[in-house]
Design a protein around this ligand. Sequence first.
Ligand SMILES: NC(=O)c1ccc[n+]([C@@H]2O[C@H](COP(=O)([O-])OP(=O)(O)OC[C@H]3O[C@@H](n4cnc5c(N)ncnc54)[C@H](O)[C@@H]3O)[C@@H](O)[C@H]2O)c1
Ligand SMILES: O=C(O)[C@H](O)COP(=O)(O)O
Length: 391
Amino acid sequence: MYTIRTLNNIAKTGLAKLPEQNFVIDEKAENPEGIILRSFDMHKMELNENLLAVARAGAGTNNIPIEKCTQKGVPVFNTPGANANAVKELVLAGLFASSRRIIAGAAWVQGLKDNCENVEKAVEAGKKEFTGPEIAGKTLGVIGLGAIGVQVANAALDLGMEVIGYDPFLSLESAWHLSPNVVHEESMEELVAKADYITLHIPLNDKTRNTFDEKLFAATKPGARLLNFARGGLVDNAALKKAIADGIIARYMTDFPSEDLLGDPANIIVTPHLGASTPESEENCAIMAAQEIREYLTYGNIKNSVNFPNCVVPYNGKPRITVCHQNIVNMIGQLGAVFTKYSVNIDKLVNNSKGDLAYNIVVCDSLPENIDDMIKDLYAINTVLKVRILD
Ligand SMILES: NC(=O)c1ccc[n+]([C@@H]2O[C@H](COP(=O)([O-])OP(=O)(O)OC[C@H]3O[C@@H](n4cnc5c(N)ncnc54)[C@H](O)[C@@H]3O)[C@@H](O)[C@H]2O)c1
Ligand SMILES: O=C(O)[C@H](O)COP(=O)(O)O
């Protein structure tokens, strides 16, 4: 039996993928084997002793202490693409809202209640304050062409925009889906110098924090509109305010409010982190996260982990031993010696690596009687981080 702790509300259709005979869902569990979460900040949490896996029902994993998890041999999963359509739709709304002053105009009309004699007349006189340009024919710069960026880029082409993109790590998957009409830019500086609208779709990490700093704003085409539905930390807010004051940024729209962004609704539009908040995407993410954690806990199979390599061996009824270790030479030799010592015949062995980490699924014909001694011997190899027996 595995206990799964939920740190946020996770859609029930997703949790239903964890069968009751093998899984207990408990939002207060103190020592769970699995954690499923959305944006809960795990950085201040101790990783409990029994923890085996963490699944983020969503894309961004900057709220999870990945390095700490890796050191403990704990894979962190996310759900690539499961909320991409929801974010794409909100970004399209953002393109229109940052242009046409829909939000400010609608709020102004509400303010006319009990405040003027003739609403119709006031509206016709006042609407000139809320004009804004059309997006067709304008250039959209997409920074980050992953699951969301690709969908945004393709949809913007359909709306009649010129689209330019920048992503030095473009995946094969993205390349397959990206329209050939998206023009590739060699650098962020070149992209921001040409774009009338810029949209950010990159993860927040130590390399991308404050991507939009004073220097990048200085390279930006004056009058550009900047959309940030990725993470607040990608933009240096002090530099942003200066760019607004200098006329470089005509409007900033973000899904990540902070105190310093409030109080200037004409220039800064903030939504309350709504990108993935649709029933469809909440279900998609929860289902994928639950399936990933179920596969790992039950069979040791890994798909969509941000810190572990993919490693999947279809279940064939035989017991398996999984070993996660540092990715250095002669590990297979050392592991093999232990298997030989305990006369364990290997039916199938898959060893995959990602960066400094390697992971094995070893399907065995049978387990030895003194399996506890074998586990001790495996842990005696000092580069082994985690051993699991799945019988
Ligand atoms: N507002 C929301 O509710 C919401 C919802 C989902 C995702 N997000 C955010 O959006 C981000 C992107 O999501 P996704 O699903 O498209 O992820 P993804 O992993 O599919 O795509 C990210 C892309 O960014 C690229 N990239 C990384 N560093 C880059 C850099 N320095 N310059 C240019 N490109 C770079 C990668 O190569 C990748 O193609 C997530 O990390 C998350 O922070 C926000
Ligand atoms: O990274 C993500 O997937 C989004 O920011 C969604 O976050 P949420 O699941 O907390 O809405």
